[in-house]
Write a protein that binds this ligand. Structure first.
Ligand SMILES: Nc1c(C(=O)O)ncn1[C@@H]1O[C@H](COP(=O)(O)O)[C@@H](O)[C@H]1O
Length: 173
């Protein structure tokens, strides 16, 4: 992991509303983009490594306790045989957003298919492979929280406007 990728991202103060979990610390350079999006919108979050394969008991406890601890959205990222988002979704009624982390062997197609093909009745909102997916998972979590929080919708409107201004100002040389 590079120094920049290893730098922790401070959560805004307050009890976490969003849990960002991932199967390995090797997923953090990708998943930190979800955390950055949340931090930029002032959303308190927690980030943890929890693996369905390597720490199944911890994953079960995390999923079972998330709602009672006040989390409102879970973002779960994993690569390869990416069972973590679906397993968490099977044990909670909180919205779960799945981020397919890019794998070395199959470039993340394995991760995507593992996350997206959930059986009916157990939804996982699946994002794109890799960095864009992680960033969008953070922003989608803010949109979910914003449905009942007008002040968050204001921040999202301001973000949309600033992105539009940035693109309009682009000049090709
Ligand atoms: N897919 C899962 C799960 C899970 O789904 O629970 N736990 C770890 N992993 C993935 O294994 C990959 C390699 O992990 P290592 O880099 O630690 O070997 C990571 O992308 C991780 O998400």
């Amino acid at each position: 992991m590079s120094d920049a990728a290893a730098t922790p991202i401070a959560s805004p103060p307050g009890p976490p509303l969003v849990g960002v979990v991932m199967g390995s610390d090797s997923d953090w350079p990708t998943m930190r983009l979800a955390a950055e999006a949340l931090a930029s919108m002032g959303i308190a979050f927690e980030a943890k490594v929890v693996s369905a394969h390597r720490t199944p008991e911890a994953m079960v406890a995390y999923a079972n306790e998330a709602e009672g601890r006040g989390l409102e959205v879970i973002i779960a990222g994993a690569g390869g045989a990416a069972h973590l988002p679906g397993m968490i979704a099977s044990m909670t009624v909180l919205p779960v957003l799945g981020v397919p982390v890019q794998s070395k062997a199959l470039s993340g197609l394995d991760s995507l298919l593992s996350i997206v093909q959930m059986p009916g009745g157990v939804p996982v909102g699946t994002l794109a492979i890799g960095a864009a997916g992680a960033k969008n998972a953070g922003l989608l979590a803010v949109r979910i929280l914003g449905a009942s929080r007008p002040e968050l919708r204001e921040r999202l409107h301001a973000y949309r406007q600033s992105e539009a201004d940035r693109v309009r100002a682009q000049e090709l040389t």
